[in-house]
Design a protein. Structure first.
Length: 111
C-alpha cells in the first residue's frame, strides 16, 4: 500500500514537471496586467491569463478595498492609489472579491 501511494505520487510529479516544461517552451515571457478598482468595480471584471502572468490591482477609489481569492491570495487593505500584485503560477479559475464590500467580485481564468 505504501509502495502504491509512492508510485502514484511519483507519476503525478512527473506529469507536473512535464507540464511546467511544456508551458515554459510555449511562453517566451510573462506579462503583467493591470486591473483598476474604481467606483466599487474591478475593471476589467474578467481576465484570461497564461500561467506565469502577474495581475496588479490599483485602488482608484477614495475608500479602502481589498482583493481576496479564498485560499489563493489576499491583499492588505488598499488605500487610495495603493496596489497589490499576484503572479499566477497555477492554471485554474480564480474568483475573487473585496472583503470589505463582498458584492465587488471579479474572475481570473488562468490557462
Ligand atoms: Cu471594497
Amino acid at each position: 500500500m505504501t509502495l502504491t501511494a509512492f508510485r502514484g505520487r511519483g507519476a503525478s510529479l512527473a506529469a507536473a514537471a512535464a507540464l511546467v516544461l511544456l508551458s515554459g517552451a510555449v511562453r517566451a515571457h510573462a506579462e503583467t496586467i493591470s486591473v483598476s478598482i474604481d467606483n466599487f468595480t474591478f475593471a476589467p471584471v474578467e481576465l484570461k491569463l497564461k500561467v506565469g502572468d502577474t495581475v496588479t490591482w490599483t485602488n482608484h477609489d477614495d475608500i479602502p478595498h481589498t482583493v481576496v481569492s479564498a485560499g489563493k491570495f489576499r491583499s492588505k487593505t488598499l488605500d487610495t492609489d495603493n496596489s497589490f500584485s499576484f503572479t499566477f503560477a497555477t492554471a485554474g479559475d480564480y474568483k475573487y472579491f473585496c472583503s470589505l464590500h463582498p458584492h465587488m467580485t471579479g474572475m481570473i481564468k488562468v490557462e
